[in-house]
Design a protein around this ligand. Sequence first.
Ligand SMILES: Cc1cc2nc3c(=O)[nH]c(=O)nc-3n(C[C@H](O)[C@H](O)[C@H](O)COP(=O)(O)O)c2cc1C
Length: 183
Amino acid sequence: MSTRIVGIGGSVDPGSQSGYALEAVLARARDGGAEVSSFTGRGLDFPPYHSGAQPPPTARDYVEAVRAADAVVISSPGYHGTVSGLVKNALDYLEELRTDDRPYLHGRAVGLIAVARGWQAAVTTLTTLRQVTHALRGWPTPLGMAVNSAVTRFDATGATEDGAVRTAVGLLTRQLLDFRPPG
Ligand SMILES: Cc1cc2nc3c(=O)[nH]c(=O)nc-3n(C[C@H](O)[C@H](O)[C@H](O)COP(=O)(O)O)c2cc1C
């Protein structure tokens, strides 16, 4: 059976580089035989999560997709040095998986991408995504991607002329596809 991968992230801005970077990894995963779906930009525009929330249908679809996933890719823009509210709110919705047999992101590899218009926020945002992934009991891949959108540009297909970033995309995707949960 092919690996089911769910992509989460991007911003609502046209040409979102965090959205396109996510597509770069998802496209590579598709080429590697994975079954891929994604929730990006306005597709993540859910009301603020709170305990006991009644998630709207779009958020329920998203939660169900993550519930069924073998691996996840999260790509956030760096907003004021950290994860954007849109992406963090979507991650908060994973509280709906708390009582599952595989709670939260248990047993899943999680590829992480942070894109900011400078190195400082790219790196601090990536570090935060790792902390959130650990809190959600997921397994961050050894390689995470910190991308500086002032240096590296992706197009809508996830293509980039930055060879080093292309190599990183390939490595991160391989780590996602090769991951086997312990036990
Ligand atoms: C509200 C807001 C806050 C931002 N804060 C930062 C920041 O602290 N550091 C930085 O390098 N870029 C910052 N940016 C720029 C984004 O990180 C940059 O546009 C990047 O390409 C990712 O966003 P995108 O997916 O919309 O392209 C900010 C952008 C917005 C809209």
